[in-house]
Design a protein around this ligand. Structure first.
Ligand code: NAP
Length: 535
């Protein structure tokens, strides 16, 4: 049956109330490994405690000490890395490499934000853009912008697919900016989230009120929002809409950031042919993006735009790259396995329904969504699905309502889409309604810059793989770097997280300070420090 997972609320671990306890299953074996439920505690009191105790205790630390604490927490997770990888394999169906993506990614965010703190002046607040300036020529009135931590609580709601990166990454940025956090993991990743929370809280580094973990439904947290609170939500566009429209969000004006789903694109340039290294790189990246974490990544490539004459060789190469991975799909604890199961049987049912939708607009070219029998597991056991690739019907590629442009099928599934004229690509990428990332593969500078300009307004991140970068063995587009923004317009939520210092903006109020030069200067020194410290 496994342990009953508790929540860390108002400085103590609390067991769930007996009603509403649910199982967490290992998606490889279907065995129950733990159970969880909402704590027997008033959510309003938990949020009030964070505002009352957490805001003051974080502000008292100052920017530099907060950065040091993030570095210490990176050390805590690094020392527990092997244990966390094992837990990720057990409860997330991740291969060891997939698990590293989540856990090392989290450690990377902690280190990046710790380093950022070392490069800034010390003080409880962050400097905004620019220093103190006269408000108009020869004016005695001066002004400057300051970033004041919001004196509320950051309610951080996580999706199931990155329980560690999602939770720790959001916490790092809010904490550095100066806000306390209540983190709410999704059900499937809760054993991992609980273990990370145990490590963080046992480290003794986080000040009182800075961090709480809330299992079970996130709805009670939203019911108690106040005006200076922030909701940082990650999950489906549908739930994102519910959060945005929550009556308490509407009534209080609490700030909401939504990181939602995304129908990401890879675009193969007109100039490529199968002899070109960028062609091979595109095939490698697409196969990787389809299968890493069994395609359960918000940044995974869902649509692959390929010049029509290149479709046959690209299809053949992609199928050639996917075949061995399909053959090595199974129990992720086995060294030879390259792709594990989906996160749950329910998730697989959703993906299969999505595949049926795609089949109305595209023909299958690889994969059997009903396949039974995977490496190391008995028939019918686990939430397994092999990679599936479609190819758009000619008439469908240019139709915005085609399912491959419209529906995020959250599994190892992608669609090849032929194009003739690159001037359509901006609009076709835009049929997805706004995405997290698009990747362009081309060595033609004219093609790259023209298509990049058309596509950029529809995405949060644009990856350019040209003749120079394709020589590198760098990560493909699914990797999110903390120095660049993560988020995308429209259906992707129109949110923005990370991006180095810009990530802190979500948790700060931008305040214009206006007064005499002396007054502005004195107040600034007291709040944001006066000099940039050296590393
Ligand atoms: P989901 O079903 O929308 O759930 C996301 C989170 O919201 C979960 O913690 C869920 O809790 C919670 N939730 C559900 N209903 C709620 C409500 N009424 N009020 C408050 N919270 C509520 O998404 P998911 O299935 O976990 O994650 C997969 C989706 O997330 C995919 O669409 C993927 O693209 C997206 N995603 C986006 C990003 C990004 O950065 N843009 C990153 C990762 C994933 P329960 O688990 O308790 O229901």
């Amino acid at each position: 049956m496994g342990p009953q997972l508790g929540s860390f609320v108002v400085g103590a671990w609390r067991q769930p109330s007996s009603a509403g306890v649910e199982p967490v299953r290992n998606p490889t074996t279907d065995e129950t490994i733990a159970s969880f439920g909402a704590p027997d505690f008033d959510a309003g009191e938990a949020l009030a405690w964070a505002r009352r105790v957490g805001c003051a205790s974080i502000e008292a630390l100052g920017w530099a000490r907060r950065g040091q604490l993030l570095a210490e927490l990176a050390g805590v997770l690094t020392r527990a890395r092997d244990e966390l990888l094992q837990l990720s394999i057990l409860c997330g169906g991740n291969t060891r490499d997939d698990a590293k993506f989540d856990i090392d990614g989290a450690i990377g965010v902690l280190k990046t934000y710790a380093a950022l703190a070392r490069e800034r002046p010390d003080g409880p607040w962050l400097p905004g853009a620019g220093g103190s300036e006269p408000l108009f020529p020869r004016s005695v009135l001066h002004g400057r912008q300051l970033l004041v931590p919001r004196r509320g609580v950051a309610v951080q709601i996580q999706a199931f697919n990155f329980p560690v990166w999602g939770m720790v990454g959001k916490l790092a940025v809010a904490f550095l900016a100066g806000m306390p956090v209540v983190s709410k993991p999704a059900a499937p990743g809760s054993p991992l989230a609980v273990r990370v929370a145990e490590l963080l809280t046992a480290s003794g580094g986080l000040p009182d009120g800075a961090f709480q973990l809330w299992l079970g439904s996130g709805a009670p947290l939203l019911d108690h929002l106040e005006p200076l609170d922030v909701v940082a939500f990650t999950g489906s566009a549908e739930t994102g809409r519910l959060v945005r429209g929550h009556p308490r969000v509407v009534a209080t004006g609490a700030r909401v950031n939504v990181e939602a789903d995304s129908i990401n694109a890879a675009i193969v340039g007109l100039d490529l042919d199968p002899s070109h290294t960028s062609f091979a790189r595109a095939v490698r990246d697409c196969a990787f993006e389809i299968t890493q974490k069994a395609g359960q990544k918000c940044t995974a490539t869902r649509r692959i735009f390929v010049p029509r004459p290149l479709i046959p060789p690209f299809r053949e190469a992609l199928v050639g790259a996917l075949e061995p991975i399909a053959g090595q799909t199974g129990d992720p604890s086995l060294a030879e396995v390259r792709m594990g199961p989906l996160a749950s049987a329910q998730q697989r049912s959703r993906v299969r329904a999505g595949i049926e939708g795609l089949a109305r607009w595209a023909r299958p070219v690889f994969g059997d969504p009903q396949r039974q029998g995977f490496l190391g597991v008995g028939p019918g056991v686990g939430a397994f699905l092999e990679p599936v690739v479609f190819e758009a019907e000619d008439r469908a590629a240019a139709l915005s309502e085609a399912a491959f442009h419209r529906d995020e099928v959250f599994g190892p599934v992608a669609t090849l889409i032929p194009y003739d004229d690159p001037s359509v690509l901006g609009a076709w990428v835009g049929f997805g309604g706004g995405s997290l990332v698009a990747t362009l593969y081309s060595s033609d500078d004219g093609f790259l810059s023209r298509v990049a300009r058309d596509v950029a307004p529809w995405v949060g991140r644009l990856v350019l793989v040209d003749a120079v970068s394709d020589l590198a063995t760098g990560p493909s587009s699914g990797a999110v770097f903390p120095g660049l923004p993560h988020g995308g317009p429209g259906r992707a939520g129109d949110g923005s997280e990370l991006g180095g210092p810009y990530g802190c903006l979500l948790y700060c109020q931008r305040v214009g300070l206006q007064g005499t030069e002396h007054g502005v200067q004195r107040f600034s020194e007291a709040t944001v420090g006066s000099a940039v410290r050296q590393r």
